[in-house]
Design a protein around this ligand. Structure first.
Ligand code: ZN
Length: 293
């Protein structure tokens, strides 16, 4: 863990619970870092890069979650690098309450730990047009509002949290998704990269990403089918989330409840917007039903 591995040309990655990208920018051994792990990971990632003889001049965030950005402070203070994120994610970085309000759907209970996924960053973060030559960014809708991926000039693709490893998906059963339609389109895109080197944040680096994509897609379809079955009788969103907890025998906590309720709400919006279920008000409750036989 936390070793710098060469992938191709000027492209490297650091393995960890969150895989991070490293791209050598020039003959001065200056490099761009793509994501920086958790707060605890930051010093280890910085050391791996420094020991290799590289100097971080740019830090690009795929999205604001703490396992991708938590190491920023250590790395920024030690390198003075330019930090870059998408327009929406820059907004989330501005105030840790913003993402928790986004997930919770209102002002959160005190029980919610602001450190879980939310970084309080007041330093300047630059727009995506500051990404240095040799790197291109692309939208990866689905997991988080403004998540991006990064392609290097060596045709290596860093695809952030578009998918999880088979092991991770089997354990979690349901992954955090904001936009189910976008998520499925991002999976299609990542599948189209098969044959190239693909670096997911939470799965092994591979040139054969197709089976992992298929596993994640089938898991998403499985959640859809579970909800469609449950909705043969009318239910509200909270009842659907409770059913998911029961179905997979998930251990409840404040944070997990918030993430799954938010994700189930997104699935219900997707199914309703796709006209696969119907929504209506009854006794001042917003209900959903699957009318199909
Ligand atoms: Zn994430």
């Amino acid at each position: 863990m936390f070793e710098l591995h060469h992938l191709k040309g000027n492209t490297y990655y650091i393995d960890g619970t969150t895989n991070c990208g490293v791209y050598k920018l020039n003959d001065k051994n200056e490099c761009a870092l793509i994501d920086c792990g958790t707060e605890e990971d930051g010093p280890k990632i910085y050391k791996a890069i420094k020991d290799f003889g590289f100097k971080i001049t740019h830090l690009i965030f795929t999205h604001c979650h703490a396992d991708h950005s938590g190491g920023w402070e250590y790395i920024y203070k030690n390198s003075g690098c330019k930090m870059i994120a998408s327009k929406v994610e820059r907004g989330f970085f501005r105030d840790p309450k913003l993402d928790i309000g986004f997930l919770y759907g209102g002002y959160p209970l005190d029980e919610y730990d602001g450190k879980l996924m939310h970084i309080d960053m007041n330093d300047e973060i630059y727009a995506l047009d500051e990404i240095p030559a040799g790197l291109d960014w692309f939208h990866l809708p689905g997991h988080h509002y403004g998540m991006i991926g990064v392609k290097t000039a060596d045709d290596v693709y860093f695809v952030a949290d578009t998918l999880g490893s088979i092991n991770l998906v089997e354990k979690a059963h349901i992954l955090l998704i904001y936009d189910v339609k976008g998520y499925l389109s991002s999976l299609d895109f990542v599948e189209s990269l098969n044959g190239n080197i693909v670096v997911p944040a939470h799965s092994e680096v591979t040139t054969n990403i197709k089976p992992v994509v298929e596993f994640n897609r089938n898991n998403c379809y499985n959640i859809i089918n579970i909800l469609l079955d449950f909705l043969h009788e009318e239910h509200n969103c909270v009842e659907c989330a409770t059913y998911i907890f029961d179905h997979f025998d998930l251990k409840i906590s404040y944070n997990k409840y918030m993430l799954i309720l938010s994700t189930v709400r997104s699935y219900l919006s997707y199914l309703s917007n796709q006209k696969r279920i119907r929504n209506y008000f009854k006794n001042n409750r917003l209900l959903f039903i699957n009318d199909s036989k």
